[in-house]
Design a protein. Sequence first.
Length: 155
Amino acid sequence: MKLHNVRTHKSSEHLPRVEQLAWKIAEIASDPVAVEPAVVEMIGNRIIDNAAVAAASLARRPVASARTQALAHPFRPGATVFGLAQRQRISPEWAAWANGVAVRELDFHDTFLAADYSHPGDNIPPVLAVAQHCGLEGRALLRALRPAMKSRSTW
């Protein structure tokens, strides 16, 4: 197990890329170790949960506002946004934003098992948007989501 100290940094502080949390997560995600079947199943369950809660929140004001903001950023290849036609592609950053708002609107911004660093709903929308934008297959999505699904005690 490898522990990582995570804290906020001022904009004026230089934080080398290899010390940034996103870089460390990317290193784990690109590790060629097989994704265990139990983790694959957990990721599938979390994706279904995210999609269900996002669908239930589509008409809520914050979600509609985020979707409208995303619509101002069409992009190809881009990513999809809950509530828009699949052929309509948005920049990955804005798709991640709109979908993240949709997922978290009804998840009440809870924590995930309290011991973990974040909720899967904070990770799945941006990783999915990047995967869609890059035309990646499900195996790459599983590998990228694996670090977000595993408890810190198993890293």
